[in-house]
Design a protein around this ligand. Sequence first.
Ligand SMILES: NC(=O)C1=CN([C@@H]2O[C@H](COP(=O)(O)OP(=O)(O)OC[C@H]3O[C@@H](n4cnc5c(N)ncnc54)[C@H](O)[C@@H]3O)[C@@H](O)[C@H]2O)C=CC1
Ligand SMILES: N[C@@H](CC=O)C(=O)O
Ligand code: NA
Length: 428
Amino acid sequence: MSDTLRVALAGLGTVGAGVIRVLDTNRDLITRRAGRPIEIVAVSARDRHKDRGVDLSRFEWLDDTAGLAALDADVVVELIGGSDGPALSLARTAIGRGKGVVTANKAMLAHHGLELASAAEAAGVPLKFEAAVAGGIPVIKGLREGAAANAIDRVYGILNGTCNFILSKMEAEGRDFADVLAEAQALGFAEADPSFDIDGIDAAHKLSILAALAFGSQPAFADVACHGIREVLAADIAEAAALGYRIRLVGVAEANGGGLFQRVHPHLVPLHHPLAHVAGSTNAVVADGNFVGRLLFQGAGAGEGPTASAVVADLIDIARGEFGPPFAMPAAALEQRPAADSGDRRGRAYVRFTVADRVGVLAEIAAAMRDAGVSIESLIQRGANPDGSVRVVIVTHDGPERSVAQALERLRGSQSLASQPLWMHILD
Ligand SMILES: NC(=O)C1=CN([C@@H]2O[C@H](COP(=O)(O)OP(=O)(O)OC[C@H]3O[C@@H](n4cnc5c(N)ncnc54)[C@H](O)[C@@H]3O)[C@@H](O)[C@H]2O)C=CC1
Ligand SMILES: N[C@@H](CC=O)C(=O)O
Ligand code: NA
């Protein structure tokens, strides 16, 4: 082990610049904890001349990010983003050349985590990604190390800071979706393409990584059923509040027999549940272990400082020589599990319809529910919207999800519906 851990850094945006600031600010403490200095030796990004508020003159600059893998460095830190392209080729090449990789790139890990983990294990180098899930919260470490003795049957939580920021601002200030999204982007939470956040894809990337760690399964992003928050209206937030709930985008992964159920969806969270009180860009993850019981990890899920803190924590582990199989067990031991059918799950549901204000509409909805065997707990009809349509909210009793799906399928295309119904699950 050389005296200094030499780091090549790709990407100098929110997180990359943050890593330089963390290493500069806490240099002495980090050196003592790591047992040796951690030094950035070279950096690369798109724009050499952009002011990032950090002094880059002390580092070698490479215009071509790919060149970082060829330098005399121990670790490449990939903070470019994107599931494929330059991020993936840099990670592959760095591992191929015997260098460790630290990344915050959940998209790359969700799509290529198995391949990269296998390659890193074969090369005997670290692949670490604490920043990729729930930013600064040590949830990867928590599941991979702290909970390693436990069988986990469910892991779930709030995994996207941008969506949580938007939902909690809409809730507190009654503001519009688009207005709040712009604020989240300005704060550096949002992905380069914010549709990854608001359509639930970013949370799905993270959920697939958590599921792999929790269940010893291969990351299976394609099996995550994913629905974001675009259709959630301020009116739904108010309706949920009146019923005693808050709306949160929740990712849930559950072992189901030999299969694995994974879903990201807006949920109604009861006020007594800790997730209902997670506001702003905060994330929270709950894992149920068979010996440790319920674990709750909560903290800043996005933004410069928290995310950079997680990247540097990985570097400190590497400097100490502490690393093992990236997904907690050898990649070859990770099981390939079939996706479990959501229709087999039970639960309560909130379904909001926007309907034409005319005779027989309520009867049509109620008949579709009755015929599919859905038991209705409450039905609320609100007065006419400015366009003359009416909002109808149904809360169901506990029952199979298949039945709600059948009722909505039966109503599909009905002239009575002014738009697609919004179905949200109620977290138990
Ligand atoms: N911003 C956040 O709160 C969090 C971000 N992440 C992840 O961290 C990674 C970086 O995110 P941010 O710093 O927010 O992104 P950013 O957009 O602020 O910065 C990206 C950096 O990569 C550089 N870059 C992009 N494409 C490049 C290319 N083809 N060649 C060379 N350089 C290139 C850009 O010049 C920029 O310096 C992403 O994978 C993101 O998903 C993870 C957790 C939280
Ligand atoms: N865009 C992400 C950033 C962190 O992973 C989010 O909003 O959570
Ligand atoms: Na984390």
